[in-house]
Design a protein around this ligand. Structure first.
Ligand code: ADP
Ligand code: FBP
Length: 324
């Protein structure tokens, strides 16, 4: 009897816009190349609980343009344990799943690497809005998130201007200032505070004060989550500058919405490429984009590159500084 090779696909960690598009690309390319594809629900929890479902082409219809992930996502405490990982490996082997595509962030990649050590052929697709995965210039959902933030800032600008206020906006990025820096440049904000660089609230307040003296009617300060709470920063700015200040936490709004054209195409290309790697029997790798090519690197190289990625793009920060 002939058995088709099976691909498993799951989404893990914080969801990001474009995960659905990535799943769709894995499923459709997999089917076109003669694989069977199994969806695993609720991230690593689904692996432990055998929450599996065979996916046909129609099952991934109507999802390309939806944010979130129809397979759902989770942060799984049980999977962090060796026992949980062994359950997952046994369930994968029992179901005959030889290849596993994990769409998630750094933590999900660490889980994938553990499965790889146990003989599962695993692949990582960079699913996080934070853009904090090494050896890829973009992560899934990052571009969409920038557009969501940009639109929100546009709305805030209107009311801040009417009232001559300073708006302190907190965006996501637990350890990374990439959203703050990119969305800040795209929105022409007045100050960007990121966890990777030192900042001085007195100096920032002074700059804002002098901006108002020159006739500005509003100012926007972008704060990455990793720096601290927007409310506290707004309070300090008010104290040092005397300006009327408000804070807004954009929160999970940033992780929603229909994926941008960039994210749809990026994820379609990666989902396609990952199946090609399976055909070539290349595994234990994470995919990404470098110089507009879809590239891949071993999980070891990705983890080793962690510190470099954390350094933030200083040239881009310089662009921001020269434009304010
Ligand atoms: N060191 C690790 N070893 C095994 N599994 C891990 C490890 N780190 C994270 N995971 C698994 O990956 C899941 C997602 O990781 P998390 O860091 O929460 O999100 P992300 O993948 O978006 O960075 C965790 O809930 C856990 O199940
Ligand atoms: O939805 P949750 O669990 O509150 O996660 C919030 C976190 O999600 C992120 O956007 C992405 O984090 P991950 O890469 O770990 O998924 C962080 O910036 C933020 O701190």
């Amino acid at each position: 009897m002939f058995f088709m090779k099976k691909i498993g696909v799951l989404t893990s960690g914080g969801d990001s816009q474009g995960m659905n598009s990535a799943i769709r690309a894995v499923v459709r390319t997999g089917l076109a190349r003669g694989f069977e594809v199994v969806g695993i629900r609720r991230g690593y929890n689904g692996l432990i609980e055998k929450d599996f479902t065979t996916l046909g082409s129609k099952d991934v219809g109507d999802i390309l343009y939806r944010g979130g992930t129809f397979l759902q996502s989770a942060r799984s405490e049980e999977f962090r344990t060796e026992e949980g990982q062994m359950k997952a490996v046994n369930n994968l082997k029992e179901a005959g799943i030889e290849y596993l595509v994990v769409i998630g962030g750094d933590g999900s990649y660490r889980g994938a690497a553990k499965l790889s050590e146990q003989g599962i052929k695993t692949y990582g697709l960079p699913g996080t809005i934070d853009n904090d995965i090494p050896l890829t210039e973009y992560t899934i959902g990052f571009d969409t998130t920038l557009n969501v933030v940009m639109e929100a800032i546009g709305n805030l600008r209107d009311t801040m201007s009417s009232h001559e206020r300073v708006s302190v906006i907190e965006v996501m990025g637990r350890d990374s200032g990439d959203i703050a820096l990119h969305a800040g440049i795209a929105s022409g904000v007045d100050a960007i505070l990121v966890p990777e660089l030192p900042w001085d609230i007195k100096e920032t307040s002074e700059k804002l004060r002098s901006g108002f003296s020159r006739g500005k009617t509003h100012s926007i300060v972008m704060v990455a989550e990793g720096v601290g709470k927007a409310e506290n920063i707004a309070h300090l700015i008010k104290e040092y500058s005397g300006l009327d200040t408000r804070s807004t936490v954009l929160g999970h709004i940033q992780r929603g919405g229909t994926p941008s054209a960039f994210d749809r195409i990026f994820t379609s290309r990666m989902g396609h490429k990952v199946v090609e790697l399976m055909e070539k029997d290349i595994y234990g790798v994470a995919l990404g984009m470098e110089k507009n090519e879809i590239t891949y690197h071993s999980f070891e190289d990705i983890f080793a590159g962690r510190e470099t990625k954390k350094a933030l793009n200083k040239k881009l920060y310089q662009v921001f500084e020269d434009l304010i």
